[in-house]
Design a protein around this ligand. Structure first.
Ligand SMILES: NC(=O)c1ccc[n+]([C@@H]2O[C@H](COP(=O)([O-])OP(=O)(O)OC[C@H]3O[C@@H](n4cnc5c(N)ncnc54)[C@H](OP(=O)(O)O)[C@@H]3O)[C@@H](O)[C@H]2O)c1
Length: 334
C-alpha cells in the first residue's frame, strides 16, 4: 500500500487536526524567531535615566577588572556616580582616579571598597553597609563571580574552590542585594542586574559547582523580580556565553566571543528585553551571537537534554586535558 492509499484511509477530521497542530507549532517558532530578531536588532531597552538622574549612584561588585570594570566605565559615561567593590584596593583606586579624571566634566564621583567576598566576613559587609547607606543607589550590578581554575570533575574539586564559588557567586550576591535593595524599594526606583552564565542555563559537566551556582542565581533573580514587580525596582539576570576576560582566559575576540566593552554595551542598551532568553522571565541574553546560539539550542537539541549535556561534557573534557598538558609543560620548565 502506497503513502497516498494510507493517507486516504485516515479520517479527514484527523488530518485537519494534524495540520492545525503542525501549523501552530511552526508558526509559534517563526513568531519566536521574529521576536528574537526584533529584540536583538530593532527594539531598544529601557532608558537608564528611569533609575535616577545624573549623580545617582551605581554599585558594582567585581568592578576592578573584566566585565565589572566595563560596567563601571559605561555607567560613569552615562553620568552615574560609582561605588566600586572588589578584592584589590590598588586596582580600585587606579580605576576610580581614571574615571573621575575622564568624566570630570560631568563631576562623576567614585567610592571604593576592597573586600574579599570569599571570606564572607560580617565586618566587611558592615563596611559595605556603612558605605552605601544614605546614598541614592539607582543601579546595583551583582557582577562578582568565580569559576573553577580549570574544568574539574566534581569529586576532584578542591573543597576551598567549592566553598569560594558558593560564597562569591551566591552568598555575596544575596547579602549585597539585601543591603542595597531596601533603599531602592523605599525610593520606588532601581535596577538590580545580576551576572548569570550559559553554564547556569545549560548544565555543564566539569564546571558543576559553578554551573549550579549560576543556576541558583537564575531562579533567585527571577523570583526576586516577581516579588519586586510593581515596586519600581526592576530585576534582571544577564546571561552570557564567553567574553574575553581573565576568567574566560580567551584573549581574541570573535563573533561568538565579544570584548567586555561590546558585551556591556549590549547589556545596557537592552535592559528589559529578553534577547535570546525567551524561556524564563526577567532574564536577558543581550549579545546577539550568544542570543542566536541560545535560541537554536533551545529549539533543536533542548538546553537540558542529555545530548546537550554530553556535548558540553566533551568540550570541557578537552579543555581540561589541554590545561593539564600546559601545566605539565610549565612544571617541566621549572
Ligand atoms: N568572562 C566570561 O566569559 C563570562 C561568561 C559568563 C558569565 N560571566 C560572569 O561575569 C562576571 C564577571 O566575570 P569576568 O569574566 O569579568 O571576571 P574577571 O575578569 O575574572 O573579573 C573578576 C572581578 O571580580 C573581582 N573578584 C574576584 N574574586 C573576588 C573576591 N573574592 N572578592 C571580591 N572581588 C573579587 C576581581 O577583583 P580583583 O581583580 O581585585 O581580584 C575582578 O574585579 C562573573 O559573575 C562571571 O561568572 C563571565
Amino acid at each position: 500500500m502506497g503513502f497516498n492509499d494510507l493517507l486516504s484511509k485516515v479520517p479527514s477530521g484527523l488530518l485537519v487536526g494534524f495540520a492545525a497542530v503542525g501549523l501552530f507549532s511552526v508558526s509559534s517558532k517563526v513568531i519566536s524567531y521574529i521576536r528574537l530578531l526584533l529584540s536583538l536588532f530593532v527594539l531598544g531597552g529601557k532608558d537608564l535615566r528611569k533609575y535616577g538622574k545624573k549623580g545617582t549612584w551605581a554599585v558594582i561588585t567585581g568592578a576592578s577588572d573584566g566585565i565589572g570594570k566595563e560596567y563601571a566605565i559605561q555607567l560613569a559615561q552615562k553620568g552615574f556616580n560609582l561605588v566600586l567593590v572588589s578584592r584589590t584596593e590598588s586596582k580600585l583606586q587606579t580605576l576610580a582616579k581614571e574615571i573621575e579624571q575622564k568624566y570630570a566634566g560631568s563631576a562623576v564621583k567614585c567610592k571604593v571598597l576592597a573586600m574579599d567576598f570569599s571570606k564572607n566576613d560580617d565586618a566587611d559587609y558592615a563596611k559595605f553597609k556603612a558605605l552605601v547607606d544614605g546614598l541614592d543607589v539607582g543601579i546595583l550590578v551583582n557582577n562578582v563571580g568565580q569559576s573553577h581554575s580549570i574544568p574539574v570533575p566534581f569529586i576532584l574539586t578542591p573543597k576551598d574552590e567549592v566553598r569560594d564559588i558558593i560564597a562569591i557567586n551566591c552568598i555575596a550576591t544575596l547579602r549585597v542585594t539585601q543591603l542595597v535593595a531596601p533603599g531602592m524599594v523605599q525610593r520606588k526606583r532601581g535596577l538590580i542586574l545580576t551576572m548569570g552564565s550559559f553554564a547556569g542555563w545549560m548544565p555543564t559537566p566539569l564546571l558543576a559547582t559553578y554551573s549550579g551556582s549560576k543556576a541558583f542565581l537564575q531562579h533567585w533573580s527571577t523570583a526576586l523580580a516577581g516579588e519586586l514587580k510593581g515596586s519600581g525596582v526592576d530585576v534582571e539576570l544577564v546571561l552570557s556565553y564567553l567574553v574575553t576576560t581573565a576568567m574566560s582566559k580567551v584573549r581574541k575576540t570573535s563573533a561568538m566571543i565579544p570584548s567586555p566593552r561590546s558585551f556591556v554595551k549590549s547589556v545596557l542598551a537592552k535592559i528589559g528585553r529578553s534577547g535570546g532568553a525567551q524561556s524564563i522571565a526577567y532574564t536577558s541574553t543581550p549579545a546577539w551571537s550568544h542570543a542566536l546560539m541560545q535560541w537554536w539550542v533551545e529549539n533543536t537539541v533542548g538546553f537540558g537534554s542529555a545530548l546537550g549535556v554530553n556535548v558540553n561534557k566533551g568540550l570541557h573534557e578537552s579543555i581540561r586535558a589541554r590545561a593539564l598538558r600546559k601545566a605539565a609543560r610549565e612544571a617541566k620548565k621549572q
